[in-house]
Each structure stands twice: as C-alpha cells, then as structure tokens.
Design a protein around this ligand. Structure first.
Ligand code: PEP
Length: 257
C-alpha cells in the first residue's frame, strides 16, 4: 500500500516574522530534491502570510496550528478557517496535546474544529495520544479510540480523505523520550483498525498516520520504517532547517526504496 508520506513541522510559539522567513527559506532551499514526501510547515499565525510568500512556488504546504470553528464574530483572540486560508494555509493542526492540556481542548471542540476546517476545504492533522499515567495503566487503546471516535463523529469516508492523524504519545512530546518503534507501530495499527471499524477498509488503508514525539534525525529511520507509520509531526527538530531536512530526506529515501 502506497500511502501519502507526510512530514510536518509544528513551530509552536517560536519564531518572529524575520526568523520565520529565514527558516522557511532555508527549508525551501534544502528540500528542492524532494518529490515523494509531502512537506508541511506550521508557523505561528503571525508568520503564515510571510512564510507563504517564501514557499508558494515550491511543493511545501502551509499549515496553521489551530483554528476556531466560527466563521467570524465577537471571539476576541480567535482565528477562523477562512482567515488562515486567506494567509495561504491549506492545512491545520487540530487537537494538539498542548491545546488539550493548556487550553481546554476537548474531543467535542476537536470535532467542531475538524468540521469547520473541512467545510472550508482545509486539510487537517488531527492529534491523538495518551498521557504517561494512561500508558502505565494500560489504557492507551481505550484513550486513543475515544479520542478518535470523538474527533470524527458525524464525518464520512469522503471527509476522511482530507484528514491525517498524528499519533503523539504525550509523554514523548518535547521530552526527548521516544516511543519505541514497536510501541508506535502497535498504536498506529490499532488506529487503522478503529478507522476501518468506523468507516471502511479503503479509508483505513489510505489514511496517513504520522508519529510525533521527539522525532529527530537519529531516530527517524527506525520509526518511519514501520508499516503503519506514514510520516512524522515534528516539534523541536523542525526549528532548525538542517534537522528538519534530514528527517524529510530519511522519509524520502524510504519512500523510494
Ligand atoms: C509536537 O509538538 O507535535 C512534537 C512532536 O514535538 P517534539 O518533536 O518536540 O516532541
């Protein structure tokens, strides 16, 4: 099965506009040879339009890190799907664990945001993953299944063509701890099984499932080699063009094997 391989960089709350321009430029220059891998960069809202100017003639796609589900209105501080689109974004990350942990994101708000994104023809990277205590209590499957059922409630198979799932064990994000390839593969296979159950085999087989959690050039290959791992969502290592590009090239080499 040749699924779309996707490497996305989540810049989080890093990079002023001039820093963002510089990083985007470096990434563009270092990845001109990439053909088989979809690259996505997700800078902060403030840098979206500027980064778009740098990458718009390349095959790198632009993503935002969050949206609000309403079209417009008195929602101080929020950003709508139409607004990120007007800045050049074609993707949006939804339900990142930092948003769930610090900003009250729930499966219900994730679901509303996914629907709003899809209604605006945006593609989504939907994050799921368990906390350390949940893994230790052996409830990873239940936690991830619940997140998936909540996130995709009311969606159909056609909607799922515009969805990427990122499995990100929360204990592995920004901690330097990585899930072992076996741990990651096991959950990815489980996610595909749940998607098969909720939709059908074609949707499950075609779904890109990224791994996220302290992916770096040193551990990328062993993770990206797993049969159900179709790419990565990168935090720390995407803030430097060298390390982000190294991971992208690892994915590209595996895709061409
Ligand atoms: C993330 O923020 O999605 C992430 C995976 O971060 P890091 O690579 O730094 O663990």
């Amino acid at each position: 099965m040749k699924r779309k391989k996707v490497i996305a960089g989540n810049w989080k709350m890093f990079k002023t506009n001039s820093e963002a321009l510089q990083l985007a430029n470096q990434i563009r220059i270092k990845t001109t040879d990439i053909k088989a891998t979809q690259i996505i960069v997700c800078p902060p809202f403030t840098a979206l339009a500027n980064v778009n100017e740098v990458i718009k003639e390349s095959s790198i796609a632009l993503g935002a890190q969050n949206i609000y589900w309403e079209k417009e209105g008195a929602f101080t501080g929020e950003i709508s799907p139409g607004m990120i689109k007007s800045a050049g974004a074609t993707y949006v990350i939804i339900g990142h664990s930092e948003r769930r942990q610090y900003f009250g994101e729930t499966d219900e708000t994730v679901n509303k945001k996914i629907k709003a994104a899809l209604e605006n023809s945006l593609k989504t990277i939907v994050c799921v993953g368990e906390l350390l205590e949940q893994r230790e209590a052996n409830i990873t499957r239940e936690v991830v299944t619940k997140q998936i059922k909540g996130a995709f409630a009311g969606l159909n198979g056609a909607d799922m063509q515009h969805v990427i799932i990122a499995y990100e064990p929360v204990w592995a994000i920004g901690t330097g701890k990585t899930a072992t390839p076996e741990q990651a593969q096991e959950v990815h296979a489980e996610i595909r099984r749940v998607i098969n159950e909720l939709f059908d085999k074609t949707v499950a087989d075609n779904l890109t499932i990224q791994y996220g959690g302290s992916v770096k050039p040193e551990n990328a290959e062993i993770l990206l080699k797993q049969v159900d791992i179709d790419g990565a969502l990168i935090g720390g290592a995407c803030l430097k063009a060298d390390s982000f590009s190294a991971i992208i090239h690892t994915m590209e080499n595996l895709s061409n094997e």
